[in-house]
Ligand binder design. Structure first.
Ligand code: XIL
Length: 341
């Protein structure tokens, strides 16, 4: 009998020690890197956009492993990549990114279920209420189901979950609903529809609404808070759990970020995040201002840069990122690290 108990105990210990020793979050990121410094300030992670095209570059992979604690697929989870024709799903590229992230202990901000851009023409052409409702429900269900539960580690300290940008860029800069096939056919109702399906399929993932031009006290920033509060009130719970502010910024336009994050944090959500940060010409002061704004707002849980090196940036000519074309850290990187040391 005691031999049996011994055996069971050894098995548990073995499996537990495997989990402990292979916890990549601790193993791979440098303790002096961006995400470790940011976590030392009580935040969840500092991440970066990536995808198989950038994961094929050793220079990028080294920096991702050392500096960043999370990745966002830059294109591979978008509708045109994942469901190019109705009911035909393609996860080749997105699985590569997710598998790389899992095996390197990186968290994932999944991006994005419903967006008016990178949208196949077969969706754009739908003008029937019931058809579009089914198409959205099937798409969100298929993606949430495919990736469900892929990243659960360290559940205890809340670092664990998959985050989803359930809907992206639904508002105009004046705060009105953006014109898209979704709003034309379903009005505002496509938003709670997408969130409901995401919640039903993977209640463990954190559900975000994501948009740009939310970095100052604008009609759009206030309309975002009203939209979220209205939808959550109608649902009677935090159907929308997070607000993502993309922050694709121009130089010197960072002064309004603190008050904008405070306004967004005032919404009925559990968290907010900076989700696609890049700043034209990457001035150290601009980056420090954004960092300081997030550090001062407790609901601001994470920052994600929209890429590692200027070479791969979607705005490369503006050299907006923290690492230059040769993968060398810029002055902005050193100043951001300095500000957290
Ligand atoms: C951009 C990618 O960076 C580009 O490579 C792609 O050609 C277009 O999309 N808002 C978003 C992101 O939510 O998904 C966009 O990413 C940039 C703006």
């Amino acid at each position: 009998m005691s031999r049996l108990i011994g055996l069971i105990f050894a098995t548990i210990l073995l499996s537990h020690s495997y989990a402990l020793t292979t916890n990549p979050l601790v193993a791979r990121t440098s303790p002096t890197g961006l995400t470790a410094k940011f976590q030392s300030k009580g935040k969840k992670f500092w991440g970066s956009a990536a995808d198989p095209n950038t994961l094929s570059k050793p220079g990028v992979v080294d920096i991702l492993q050392r500096e960043f604690g999370q990745v966002t697929p830059e294109y591979s989870m978008k509708w045109d990549a994942t469901e190019p024709s109705r009911g035909v799903y393609n996860f080749d590229q997105s699985d590569q990114l997710v598998n790389w992230a899992v095996s390197n202990g990186k968290l994932i901000r999944a991006h994005t279920f419903v967006w008016h851009s990178s949208l196949p023409s077969w969706v754009q052409g739908i003008n029937d209420h019931d058809t579009l409702t089914n198409v959205i429900a099937n798409h969100v269900g298929a993606l949430a189901g495919h990736f469900k539960g892929k990243v659960y580690c360290n559940i205890s300290n809340g670092l664990s979950r998959f985050q989803w940008d359930v809907v992206n860029e639904v508002l105009n800069d004046d705060g009105t609903l953006r014109d898209s096939v979704f709003s034309r056919v379903l009005g505002e109702s496509f938003i709670p529809l997408a969130f409901k399906v995401a919640r039903d399929v993977d209640p463990g993932a954190v559900r975000y609404i994501n948009d740009y031009s939310l970095e100052w006290d604008s009609p759009k920033t206030r309309a975002m808070v009203d939209l979220v509060n209205r939808i959550n009130a109608n649902d009677g719970s935090q159907m929308i759990q997070g607000i993502g502010s993309q922050m694709h910024l121009e130089p010197g336009k960072t002064g309004g970020a603190l008050s904008a994050l405070q306004i967004l944090a005032g919404a009925n959500v559990q968290e907010i995040a900076i989700t696609e940060l890049d700043i034209e010409f990457a001035s150290p002061d601009d980056y420090k201002t954004i960092l300081s704004a997030c550090l001062q707002v407790s609901k601001c849980v994470s920052i994600t840069s929209w890429g590692v090196s200027d070479t791969d940036s979607w705005r490369a000519s503006f050299t907006p990122l923290l690492f230059d074309g040769n993968y060398n850290p810029k002055q902005a990187y050193h100043d951001v690290i300095g500000a957290m040391s």
